[in-house]
Write a protein that binds this ligand. Structure first.
Ligand code: PLP
Length: 378
């Protein structure tokens, strides 16, 4: 099998698994309990939390442990919108967001909020001038993904931050799920930020929401103050420990890992671009881990199954979206519905080898010859 779907899920690192097991063995208490076992768990939780904050340049911010980025995005978006409803009900976002962001926005729209989506240029980036035009005194939230999962486009978060300095009542939420380990990520200047360690060597079932300390949100889950007022329940100490290790490895090894992936990605882009019916949808300055492409006249789902039959794992749209509709992200950059329907994604990791790339190209060639021979849109 050749696994090229690391943006959907990344295997956990040995060190992460070890850290999880060590914490499980060492701490029996509930970190909310007021006895020695509880105090020991609480003290460890505090050490872990401080380290996570320092890795993300989030000193003084609140670290909220969640079950993943879906929960983190839902908590931030719904929580900020509900808490800010006396200030306004206008929200700005993009068509490139993950379903956990766009789904939260659809939910809010049904509750009477007004949602504006920014146009995306051919380079996959949001239009900053349009953002300035759309911002209003009643805009309570701008929600943007730092790196989108389908194209790998990097959004100008620093510029968005400076635009928003004139709108103190408007919070900025950044989904950094695909950015960790790929770009330098710092929380400072943001209001909330979400991430999920299973995208960079951590465990499934863990996630983080970072929140500026004074920002008020309505909690998603009611009942019980825990390590945070915004997420009740017994603190998952061992998972938190695993998050800290995964994050530390991703941050410390980022430059070396990105160098390796950039080489493999360049090789793939070059080889794939040589096919006359291939169109690379990911912008040239996207993160190297993600290559979105279309093979003209062949549906993305069809190409994906041909690759899958030969043992290659790639994905069509985000792993969480339903089949059938064209990719919104690819449609936004290409303005071409058929091209969007033909699109699929390769995603690489520092674990990807040169041999896997060569084997993939061999299998790709086989599928290309077989599927582009047909005349109809199959
Ligand atoms: N945000 C982005 C950009 C993603 O790529 C994903 C997962 O694909 C998510 C959020 C949701 O993450 P999780 O599966 O941890 O809930």
């Amino acid at each position: 099998m050749i696994y090229l779907d690391y943006a959907a899920n990344h295997p956990s690192e040995e060190a992460v698994l070890r850290r999880f097991c060590e914490a499980e063995r060492s701490f029996c208490g509930n970190a909310n309990s007021s006895h020695p076992a509880g105090e020991a768990a609480r003290a460890e939780m505090e050490i872990i939390t401080l380290s996570i904050a320092s890795l993300l340049d989030a000193g003084g911010a609140e670290i909220i442990y969640t079950s993943g980025a879906t929960e983190a995005n839902n908590t931030a978006i719904k929580g900020i919108a509900r808490a800010g409803r006396h200030l306004g009900k206008h929200i700005i976002s993009t068509p490139l967001e993950h379903a956990s962001v766009s789904g939260s926005l659809t939910y809010l729209q049904e509750q009477g909020y007004e949602i504006d989506l920014l146009d995306i240029g051919r380079d996959g980036k949001i239009d900053l001038d349009q953002l300035k035009e759309l911002l209003r005194p009643d805009t309570v939230l701008v929600a943007v993904t730092a790196v989108d999962s389908e194209l790998g486009t990097i959004q100008p978060v620093e510029e968005i931050k400076s635009v928003l300095t004139s709108f103190p009542d408007c919070a900025l939420h950044v989904d950094a799920t695909q950015a960790i380990g790929r770009l330098p990520v710092a929380f400072s200047g943001l209001d909330t930020m979400s991430l999920a360690p299973h995208k960079f060597g951590g465990l499934n079932g863990s996630g983080l929401l970072i929140k500026k300390s004074r920002l008020v949100m309505e909690p998603l889950l009611n009942g019980g103050v825990s390590t945070s007022l915004y997420r009740g329940g017994t603190p998952a100490l061992s998972l938190a420990a695993s998050v800290e290790t995964a994050l530390r490895l991703a941050v410390e090894n980022r430059e070396a890992n990105v160098r390796k992936v950039t080489e493999l990605s360049g090789e793939l882009r070059k080889a794939l671009s040589a096919y006359p019916k291939v169109r690379i949808n990911s912008p040239a300055d996207a993160v190297p881990h993600i290559i979105n492409l279309s093979v003209e006249g062949v549906k993305g789902t069809r190409f994906q199954s041909a690759l899958a039959e030969r043992g290659v794992c790639v994905s069509v749209k985000s792993a969480c979206s339903s089949d059938g509709a064209p990719s919104r992200a690819v449609l936004a950059v290409s303005r071409d519905r058929r091209n969007a329907l033909s699109s699929w994604r390769i995603s690489l990791s520092y674990r990807t080898t040169e041999q896997e790339v060569q084997e993939f190209l061999h299998v790709f060639d086989d599928c290309y010859q077989e599927l582009t021979g047909k005349r109809s849109f199959s």
